[in-house]
Design a binder for this molecule. Sequence first.
Ligand code: SF4
Length: 276
Amino acid sequence: MKAVTDDKQPAPADTPIEQQLYAIRQKIQPRSVHGVFASWRIALVLLTQVLYYGLPWLQWDSRQAVLFDLAARKFYIFGLVFWPQDFVYLTGLLILSALALFLFTAVAGRLWCGYACPQTVYTEIFMWVENWLEGDHLARRKLDQSPWNANKLRRRGLKHLVWMLIALWTGFTFVGYFTPIQTLAAEVASASLGPWETFWILFYGFATWGNAGFMREQVCKYMCPYARFQSVMFDSDTLTVTYDSSIGEPRGPRSKKTDYKAAGLGTCVDCEVCVQ
Ligand code: SF4
C-alpha cells in the first residue's frame, strides 16, 4: 500500500490511498512439516506422479493406452477412441470436474490446491530436492546469506541440475501424451526430434522449472484463475488452515503453568513456528 504523500508528512484523512496490487516475492525457506496431512500430501504427490509419468508408457492393443493424437484428430483412452464429434463427452467431463471442484472447495476448502494441483506437486518435489541437497530451512537460509564459494556453487549447481532433469522429464512426458512416447524416446536418443516436439519439451520443462523452482506461491497469488474465485465458495463452515485471530489474540509468551485466560491472553504463544 503506498500513500501518495511525503513519508515525513502524514497524509490528511481524506487523501486517496493508492494500492499496489503486486508485491515483489520475498524468498521463503519453509520449515519441513510432519503429520497426518503432510503424509497425505506425500502420498498424493507420489500417486499423481506415478500416473502422470507412467500412463504414456502403458500399451493397449499394440498402441499407446492414452494418446491424444491431434494430427489424426483421434483421442485414445484405453479401449475407447474419441473423434471430433465426440467433443460433447469432453464438455460433460469438464462440467462435472468443475462442479466437483466447487463442491469439494465449499465443503473442505483448498483440497485441490493442497494435494493435487501441479503447482503444489512440483513445488513439493523441487523442495524435496532442495532439502536433500542444501539441508533444512536453517541450512538453506545460511547458504543464502553465505558468499559464493566452492560449497555454495556445488550445492546450487547440483540442485539446478536435478531440477532441470526433472523439468525436462516432465516436458518430455507431456509431449508423450500427444506423440507416441516410444517414438519420441527413440527420436531423443537419435537427436532427431522435430521442431515442435523440441519446442514443447523445452517450453513445458522451462515452465515447470520456473514455476516450481522460483515463482512458487507467486503463481497462486497472481496467475492462477482458480485462486481468483476460490473465496466465493467459502463460508463460515468451510474447512481452512488459517490463523484464527478470535481465539489466538491477544498473543504472547506465557509459562506452561499460567492460566492464559486469567492472564487476558489468547491461545497464540507468538512462537512464529507456523510461519517458518
Ligand atoms: S491457487 Fe491455483 S496454482 Fe495455487 S495451488 Fe491452488 S490451484 Fe494451484
